[in-house]
Design a protein around this ligand. Structure first.
Ligand SMILES: Cc1cc2nc3c(=O)[nH]c(=O)nc-3n(C[C@H](O)[C@H](O)[C@H](O)COP(=O)(O)OP(=O)(O)OC[C@H]3O[C@@H](n4cnc5c(N)ncnc54)[C@H](O)[C@@H]3O)c2cc1C
Length: 457
């Protein structure tokens, strides 16, 4: 197992960083901070031990999580050998084009190598592996069953003092930090911290997309092999309100999530669950549910939509506080972006800290520089997710969303017949290439020709 590998410039480390939240984003960020701070304290309100899987304040842990290729690469740099470690447990690594039965709204995607490698596993195994790795770092301490009560400061314009209390303790503890990271997820109390410090609360951008996940894990029959590792049906406005995914995961299991928009709520009883799976256009989900033996409960989660806290636009955003992961931006989970974006935010933070240490620049100004740069990381996935989600509304969609939707429909229609178009789409979807890849002449020309032909006919 890799020990703390300090890739950062020589020079004095900063003193202490405190991470509020020891979920996925908190752990990944702690890994980066360990290169630059003498002490990293991670506060996690749930009682987590090194082998804890899903814990109470991370209910999404029961649902299928796809790690996009770009996120997988970022994690592998931060945690070398992670992919092999998960593979040893049976988490498959494969080419996206070869082993995914992907039902687009226009038909099945071609099965052909696209050169984008991904791995499938459960979110709880991922978090467990990350926690092991982070606990192994000599400068990091995780305080479990410890809730951050508030973040304050004696210095105006800063938020650098964390008050926390461990379950069962008589008193709260105050600790001052050189950097505080909000990794407390979608239920963050950052608005209260700002308001109590008489600082403006950041504006929010909210795009509704009510989606309900219902999920279960299935043991596969012994010796079972299939010609796919993922079967997927994409929901797409307005005609495909139901979707689902089944992922081959560690320990020879399928992780299945069925999902529906608005009133299309997948049931939590076995019969209803299978019926919902049968209602999908991709038969492979129902086939595998039927063949498998369910392990554990069927869990349900409703996500109301996308929500981005615009800290980068808050002119009085405090020194020494930064936000990562879902505390900064929650995406509609159907696009599988949250884990990857949090890994890219951690990667970004590492870059900024390295540069500052190399220039002996100190930490003043870091919080705003980070929030501005993080907004640039978020912008593309946010636009991709929300321009699709806006199309569930019956009317009044902005022109940009209508154009993106129109363009996507043509790309999907082309992709089912043209492996080259599909390969480009896969790279964009996995954040391995910018969306402009789909607007190069090779695709744009085909889209325009198709649109003109359909108009004439
Ligand atoms: C149903 C569903 C499916 C999803 N599928 C995908 C997918 O396929 N691919 C993908 O990339 N993303 C997916 N996501 C999104 C992904 O789960 C999140 O982006 C990711 O888990 C965010 O991690 P986080 O650490 O920011 O937040 P969380 O995982 O919510 O962790 C926050 C942590 O902070 C702790 N905490 C909170 N408050 C305090 C406090 N005051 N003091 C101390 N600790 C505190 C909590 O206990 C928790 O451990 C999905 C989400 C949902 C809901």
């Amino acid at each position: 197992m890799a020990k703390n590998q300090d890739n950062s410039p020589p020079g004095t480390r900063w003193g202490r960083a405190v991470v509020v939240g020891g979920g996925y984003a908190g752990l990944v960020t702690a890994r980066v901070l360990a290169d630059h701070f003498a002490e990293v304290l991670v506060l996690e309100r749930d009682p987590v031990a090194s082998d804890t899987g899903v814990h109470p304040h991370v209910p999404q842990g029961y649902h299928a999580h796809a790690m996009l290729a770009r996120g997988g690469e970022a994690l592998e740099v931060l945690f070398p050998g992670l992919r092999a470690e998960l593979a040893e447990l049976g988490a498959p690594v494969f080419d996206y084009g070869e082993r995914i039965s992907f039902l687009l709204p226009t038909g099945f995607a071609p099965t052909a190598k696209v050169g984008v490698s991904i791995q499938t596993f459960t979110r709880d195994e991922l978090e467990r592996r990350l926690r092991h790795r982070v606990l192994d770092l000599p400068t990091v301490r995780i305080l479990s069953a410890t809730r951050c009560e508030t973040v304050t400061s004696d210095t105006p314009g800063r938020l650098d003092r964390v008050r926390y209390r461990t379950d069962g303790a008589d008193e709260s503890v105050d600790v001052t930090a050189d950097l505080v990271v909000d990794a407390s997820g979608r239920a963050t109390s950052v608005d209260r911290w700002l308001a109590d410090a008489r600082l403006p609360v950041s504006a929010k951008n909210t795009i509704k997309a009510k989606i309900t996940y219902t999920s279960a894990c299935y043991e596969r029959p012994p010796g079972d092999t299939q010609d796919f590792d993922v079967a997927y049906q994409m929901a797409f406005a307005p005609g495909v309100p139901r979707g689902g995914v089944i992922l081959a995961v560690e320990h020879h299991r399928w992780m299945c999530s069925l999902l529906g928009v608005d009133e299309h709520v997948p049931p939590t009883d076995d019969e209803g669950y299978l019926d919902f799976a049968h209602s999908l256009g991709n038969p492979r989900l129902a086939e595998q549910i039927k063949r498998g033996t369910r392990q554990g409960e069927i869990h349900r989660y409703t996500n109301p939509g996308n929500e981005w806290r615009l800290h980068h636009k808050n002119a009085r955003w405090p020194e020494r506080l930064i936000a990562v992961g879902d505390s900064l931006c929650v995406f509609n989970p159907a696009y599988g972006q949250g884990l990857t974006v949090a890994a890219l935010e951690a990667e970004l933070l590492g870059r900024l800290l390295r540069d500052r240490r190399a220039d002996a620049a100190g930490l003043d100004g870091l919080s705003r520089a980070y929030q501005r740069a993080a907004a640039r990381v978020i912008q593309v996935p946010w636009t991709m997710a929300t321009s699709s989600d806006l199309m569930w509304a019956p009317a009044g969609q902005p022109l940009s969303a209508r154009f993106a939707h129109w363009y996507n429909q043509h790309v999907f229609a082309l992709a089912v017949r043209r492996p080259d178009v599909w390969a480009r789409f896969v790279r964009v979807l996995n954040m391995s290439a910018p969306p402009s890849l789909l607007f190069r002449p090779a695709v744009l020309g085909k889209v325009v020709r198709r649109a003109l032909t359909r108009r004439r006919n």
